[in-house]
Design a protein around this ligand. Structure first.
Ligand SMILES: [Fe+2]
Length: 282
């Protein structure tokens, strides 16, 4: 997922564009939050007009959809705010219809948006990876985030989907009003988030308000943090997240990557030797 560092981007200031890609019906609109120019993978904010209909079909890419506002019928069921789908490539989604319209975050993870009309799943589709859940109603909040070391108290996460191999994860995070964390973080994975509501400020990038978005590649310093009013956000990471904490705002991503490798060396010396040795063929 090679995308440039985007932080912060506040989409509420920009207009929607008509979503006129081939094979998709009329009546949808989009804003690009981030785009991988090599693969066409993208994160979009989309608006679907009242009366929007899409026939059943599958995508060539894994896709994710999170309903921000409004309601949408998919097949026999109607879904509202907080509905989250992870739709593996080749899984046919039922016919989609929205009487009054809806807004959603839509992600295509492996390639550009695609829709192949079909009421059958592709024979190679990974059925067991499909997720349908209401993020606000159906999942528990965890009071501390991630592997140790955890973040400061007052910050919670709710996992919606995890890839068991890569540990790529889609989750909600929330901070209470006046949440504060005084150190600086970076990770081995890229991080992406959209602020559904609220604010969070970082020393490097200023305030991320409602409608704020970032795509942050690995090893970029972020923090300290302060949320005046609290916030709730949808976030994604493309690998296992480990919180490397420190207090030096001047380190570069290369220096952070070397520090991360040295910490891995202390924890798993044989693994580092393997990762740095040339000539292996597996
Ligand atoms: Fe982070």
């Amino acid at each position: 997922m090679a995308r440039p560092h985007i932080e912060p981007y506040v989409e509420l200031n920009d207009d929607y564009q008509p979503f006129t890609l081939r094979d998709f019906p009329q009546g949808a609109h989009y804003k690009v939050l981030s785009l991988d120019e090599d693969t066409g993978a993208c994160s979009l904010k989309m608006r679907f007009d009242a009366g929007y209909s899409r026939p059943p079909g599958m995508s060539y890419s894994d896709a994710e959809l999170f309903v921000l506002e409004g309601r949408v019928q998919v097949g026999e069921h109607t879904y509202g705010r907080g509905q989250y789908f992870f739709i593996p490539a080749g899984i046919s989604m039922g016919a989609m219809h929205s009487a009054d319209g809806f807004e959603a975050l839509v992600f295509y993870n492996d390639g550009p948006p695609s829709h192949v009309e079909s009421d059958q799943h592709h024979e190679l589709a990974l059925h067991e990876a499909f997720v349908s859940t209401n993020a606000y109603l159906d999942a528990p909040w965890l009071g501390t985030a991630r592997r140790n070391p955890g973040v400061a108290s007052g910050f919670a996460v709710k996992s919606l989907r995890m890839n068991p191999a890569s540990k790529a994860n889609t989750f909600l995070y929330a901070a209470i009003p006046e949440f504060m964390q005084d150190n600086i973080s970076y990770h081995d994975c890229a991080e992406e988030a959209y602020h559904i509501h609220g604010d969070c400020s970082m020393m490097q990038f200023g305030e991320l308000p409602t409608g704020g978005y970032f795509w942050r590649p690995a090893y970029i310093n972020h923090g300290c943090f302060w949320s005046k009013h609290g916030c709730i956000a949808l976030a994604r990471i493309d690998g296992e997240l480990y919180n490397y904490f420190h207090y030096n705002p001047w380190t570069t991503p290369d220096e952070n990557a070397r520090r991360a490798a040295s910490m891995l060396y202390k924890e798993k010396p044989n693994l580092v030797e393997w990762t740095t040795r040339g000539g292996h063929n597996h």
